[in-house]
Design a protein around this ligand. Structure first.
Ligand code: FPP
Length: 254
């Protein structure tokens, strides 16, 4: 298969790409190995995609690494994932620094095991001034949790009189989400053939282009990422307008 990278239009990149990394368990099963073997190999895909995104100039990359629902997995798998996060952050911190990549998290990381939380907080602090790309890990994250939290914050402000009920609008609501300083994703990728959003960036993905691939996450490589970008670049984004309005706008911009 030819490398898709050369066909990408660098002036029409999605500013923010969000990924649901799915299929680690099935990949491990197909190799006759325990589920954690799939997660360990998933780290290779994380590295590939981070590199690929930074190389072409993506500004924000968000990876769904652990959902609030994932706590209900077998204890051994949860512990192994938490350990894998510590190990990966420790090993990758120098690469993040070298490549000027900032690490951030969204989700309730206060509820992660202390060692995992501390490893993440250390890396977030060390990389906070990096500007090339922001790598965001969604950890102990779910959209419904985030939306309820935002509502709670807003209700509190209204109650104490620092926010007026009539001033609540889309922008004010978005400013209370954990993504307040991150643009909405233009493209969301889900691997492994599942066609669901699974409680991921529900508010933020109102106009996001969705891309599904059958590739299992541990097999996902740079070229798979580039193909998703090319597919995105072949789409017309209308944001509720007609196709005719959008093409007129494009012509007037040109
Ligand atoms: C989904 O596959 C994957 C996860 C819930 C965890 C993803 C974690 C990693 C790739 C490793 C650590 C990540 C970082 C950022 C260091 P699944 O287990 O649901 O697969 P299945 O649907 O085939 O069972």
């Amino acid at each position: 298969m030819p490398d898709s990278k050369d066909q990408i239009l660098l002036n029409a990149l999605p500013e923010h790409v969000a990924i649901i990394m799915d299929g680690n368990g099935r990949w491990a099963q197909s190799h006759g190995r325990p589920r954690i073997f799939g997660h360990k190999n998933g780290v290779t895909a994380v590295k590939e995609v981070t590199e690929a995104a930074a190389e072409i100039g993506i500004k924000y990359l968000t990876l769904y690494a652990f959902s609030t629902e994932n706590w209900s997995r077998p204890r051994m798998e949860v512990d192994a994932l938490m350990g894998l996060l510590i190990e990966t952050v420790g090993k990758q911190i120098s690469t993040l620094q070298k490549n000027n990549i900032r690490l951030k998290t969204i989700g309730d990381i206060q509820r992660l095991p202390a060692k995992t939380r501390l490893a993440l907080e250390g890396a977030i602090e060390m990389t906070k001034n990096n500007t090339r790309m922001c790598l965001i890990l969604a950890l102990n994250y779910s959209s419904r949790w985030e939306i309820v939290e935002a509502t709670r914050l807003i209700a509190h402000k209204v109650k104490e009189g620092t926010l007026k009920e009539e001033d609540i609008n889309n922008e004010v609501f978005a400013a209370h989400l954990s993504t307040s300083d991150i643009p909405d994703p233009s493209l969301m990728i889900r691997t492994s053939g599942e066609h669901r959003i699974s409680n991921y960036l529900l508010w933020q993905s109102a106009y996001t282009e969705l891309y599904f691939t059958n590739v299992l996450w541990p097999d996902f490589r740079k070229n798979d990422f580039y193909q998703a970008i090319l597919d995105f670049q072949g789409r017309e984004r209308r944001f509720g307008k007609t196709g005719e309005q959008v093409s007129k706008e494009t012509i007037s911009i040109i």
